[in-house]
Design a protein around this ligand. Structure first.
Ligand code: UDP
Ligand code: MG
Length: 303
């Protein structure tokens, strides 16, 4: 049995060496390969990796030509992984590598996806904790697949899951969602998330928002339906305004400006109609989007 461990790295010169030694130490009794995906780091990450790796010829480095992002790094790792089980783990040791043994145990019991679920997050700002909390709740409400709350990308996947993921051609990849989408037997293991060992987060707000949007738009077309519901609401309000302006015209004709009633009614009514039509277009765009993603219609569990 071979275990592949994918580690994305972006400007992590302060910790690569430590990550490498900790992982090697942790996995010394498991046949494994480490796949370091250097996501276009501008610092010494690449040099350090190239110095470290020759002593362990089974490990791999994948160097990107520029920064393509965390999720792309995972995809590259999956493409290069040869293991029967694949673990993806952040390179900053925030996720304890010792958990891998527990994941392997679950995997041997027959679970095909074992995700790590965080109890606590140490050393992260209240803002990050709050946005993460809100994000998992919102995506849970908006989408039909159940993404387990408070799980990051740290997880173990069976070969069959990895092969299915590689089959999904879509561009904006939100791996956590895709793993849920492909299905299979899943279980979570709980852990406390530690602080970063060194360096700073490589996930500024901009990247976080992009990830959140990829997650929501990739798995839900509810935002496209907003204008339809707003249209219905506006049209109802339009009807109310219509009644009111007619009443006003007859009850107090001396104070009503001529033309007000018809103008008001027309504006509100047609706004409603327009929004509803946009909503209908949204329904079709949602379907086109589903087609374009080219996900398979179903996936068989051939175990
Ligand atoms: N990372 C990456 N490409 C990026 C941003 C981050 O490969 O564009 C890597 C980073 O080196 C780290 C992991 O993704 O190993 C998680 O990033 P980080 O720890 O900054 O995220 P946080 O834990 O703050 O959410
Ligand atoms: Mg981190």
């Amino acid at each position: 049995m071979l275990l592949s461990v994918i580690v994305p790295l972006y400007n992590e010169e302060e910790i690569v060496e430590k990550t490498f030694t900790v992982l090697e130490e942790e996995l010394k009794n498991v046949e494994h390969e480490l796949i370091f995906v250097n996501d276009g780091s501008k610092d010494k990450t690449r040099e350090i990796l190239e110095r470290l790796l020759p002593s362990t010829p089974y490990n791999k480095i994948v160097n990107f030509s520029r920064n393509f992002g965390h999720q792309a790094a995972f995809s590259a790792g999956l493409d290069h992984a040869e293991g029967d089980a694949v673990v993806i783990i952040d390179g900053d040791l925030q996720d304890p590598p010792s958990l891998i043994h527990e994941m392997l145990e679950k995997w041997r019991e027959g679970y095909q996806v074992v995700y790590a679920q965080r109890n606590k997050r140490a050393g992260e700002t209240i803002f990050k904790k709050f946005t993460a909390f809100a994000f998992y709740r919102i995506i849970g409400k908006l989408t039909s697949i159940d993404i387990p709350p408070d799980t990051g990308d740290y997880r173990l996947m069976d070969r069959c899951v990895v092969d299915q993921l590689k089959n999904l051609p879509e561009r904006s990849r939100f791996l956590r969602g895709l793993v849920c989408w492909v299905g299979f037997k899943k279980i979570g293991v709980k852990y406390d998330r530690a602080e970063r060992t060194a360096g700073t987060s490589k996930y500024p707000l901009k990247k976080m928002i992009r990830l959140a949007l990829d997650g929501i738009t990739g798995f839900s077309s509810s935002p496209l339906k907003i204008s339809f519901y707003m249209g219905i609401l506006t049209a109802l309000i339009g009807f109310g305004v219509f009644i009111w302006s007619i009443l006003e015209k007859f009850l107090s004709p001396e104070t009503t400006v001529p033309g007000w009633a018809s103008l008001m009614t027309a504006i509100v009514f047609f706004s409603g109609v327009q929004l509803m039509t946009i909503g209908i277009l949204g329904e079709y765009i949602g379907r086109i989007y589903d087609e374009v993603k080219q996900r398979p219609l179903y996936i068989e569990d051939k175990k």
